[in-house]
Design a protein around this ligand. Structure first.
Ligand code: C2O
Ligand code: CU
Ligand code: CU
Length: 462
């Protein structure tokens, strides 16, 4: 079905499309699809319950979803909310029609409807899922979860901790505050008030002394750009944004924290202290001081491993681009032309337009303004020359493809495969990719207020 049909068909027809789905794919996979029910929830962060949250579980965080590299995965996503939704599988290189972007790849999922997703991930690693309709509202209310694609063969770790890092914006009465304001949307975005890991404040995870723990960390906040450090431990950073490193990243020490922006992930091998009852603390190095996010406490029968026992992760098969033949595509992220009113679709608007890509604003997950920002030929190599002409940082995310930075006018960057790169103030970065996945791929800033006020578009690969 092409985009014009998407735009002109009626609601009744939409419903039919949602129900016909991909039953054949399920049959072929031989595994029952996951039933994911988007529902309201309540949760205790402070003294009382925070109401009006959104999750996939009853009064609990959205679950970790696991699949195995190269094996089919299927999910029925049912929407019980009054507002529309759609589910996106961030970082997975999947077929375009499974990507979960309303109007670009599917219809919004209306109240009472179920949408079927089915795909097989060729990459292993740490990914995440979130809605791509009513994105500001539903992400802020809790609907973000970690998605894990296990390696074909399990690497030899002693233990694993999965951390979904995010804030909630709640007031002293425990209820949600406004998620956005125009003033902040036009600058760095609106921060939450309670920092959490797996919806808990500084939870403690116990692992045997001397064990090698795989930490999987996903930054799923709407706004916060973390500067992560591990205090009191040793180990190695193994992967970023799902992909094992091609070029090393420094250990996230308080002196050299790692920037982890909304959308990004890290896999870290942590060697627990050899003695009992020692803490390693994952902290956010905020301007106002170090904030603990999660604690790992040595506890139990010692395992006695050394740094040399840390397993290597097998590389994902990403076709490398050819820099010599790569065409350069210029992309400018900046202010939007004055006086543009956003259109008010059923996927929500913040009511303002502040940002743009190549001077064209697009409200992220709504229906209009739909020329691609770039058209790529399938199989061809490209350099995306991305220029941030604003003083704010922008974690720029591309669906369906991965790229690696090769040049920057400001930073020395490790050239690792990623789906999300943080452009710093006035930075121009070149990233290299092969357009090897056909479709219309959403391309936007992952600070959701920026995305929803114009810093969004899509890239077409044919
Ligand atoms: Cu995390 Cu458009 O996505
Ligand atoms: Cu994505
Ligand atoms: Cu931004």
């Amino acid at each position: 079905m092409d985009r014009r049909s998407f735009l002109t068909l009626s609601g009744a027809t939409l419903m039919g499309a949602a129900l016909s789905g991909t039953a054949g794919v399920f049959a072929a996979s031989g595994k029952a699809p996951h039933d994911l029910k988007i529902q309201t929830a309540r949760y205790k962060f402070l003294d009382g319950f925070t109401e009006n949250m959104v999750s996939l579980s009853k009064d609990a965080p959205p679950p970790v979803i696991r699949m195995r590299q190269g094996e089919p995965f299927a999910a029925n996503v049912t929407n019980t909310l009054a507002e529309a939704t759609a589910m996106h599988w961030h970082g997975i290189r999947l077929p375009n029609k499974m990507d979960g972007v309303p109007y670009l790849t599917q219809w919004p999922i209306q109240q009472g409807e179920t949408w079927h997703y089915a795909y097989t991930s060729k990459d292993a690693g740490t990914y995440w899922y979130h809605p791509h309709c009513m994105t500001m509202d539903q992400i802020a209310r809790g609907l973000t979860g970690v998605l894990i694609v296990d390696e074909r063969r399990d690497p030899d770790f002693d233990a694993e901790t999965i951390l979904n890092l995010r804030d909630f914006r709640i007031g002293e009465d425990g209820q949600f505050l406004a998620f956005s304001s125009p003033r902040r949307a036009s600058r760095a975005g609106t921060l939450g008030t309670v920092m959490t890991a797996n919806w808990e404040q500084n939870p403690v995870y116990r692992h045997p002394p001397g064990a090698i723990v795989r930490l999987r960390v996903a930054a799923t906040d709407t706004t916060r750009i973390y500067r992560l450090a591990l205090q009191g431990g040793a180990g190695r950073v193994l992967a970023a944004d799902g992909h094992p490193l091609r070029a090393p990243l420094s250990w996230p020490s308080p002196e050299r924290p790692i920037v982890l922006a909304p959308g990004q992930r890290l896999d870290i091998a942590l060697l627990m202290p050899a003695d009992e009852a020692q803490d390693v603390v994952l902290t956010h190095m905020a301007a106002s001081g170090a904030k603990p996010l999660a604690t790992f406490r040595s506890n139990g029968t010692p395992v006695k491993r050394t740094l040399g026992d840390i397993p290597d992760l097998p590389a994902n098969e990403v076709p490398d681009a050819d820099p010599a033949s790569a065409k350069i595509i210029e992309l400018v992220f900046g202010w939007s032309p004055d006086g543009l009113k956003p259109n008010n679709g059923i996927c929500g608007t913040l009511g303002y337009t502040f940002w743009s890509i190549n001077r064209k604003p697009w409200p992220g997950d709504a229906v209009e303004g739909i020329r691609p920002v770039a058209e790529l030929r399938l199989g061809q190599s490209y350099v995306l020359r991305m220029r941030n002409e604003s003083p704010n940082a922008h974690p720029i995310h591309l669906h369906g493809l991965v790229f690696r930075p090769i040049r920057s006018n400001k930073l020395k960057r490790a050239s690792n495969w990623t789906d999300t790169i943080v452009l710093t103030k006035n930075e121009t970065a070149d990233v290299l990719l092969v357009a090897d996945n056909p479709g219309d791929w959403a391309f936007h800033c992952h600070v959701i207020e920026h995305q929803k006020t114009g810093l969004a578009g899509y890239i077409r690969v044919t």
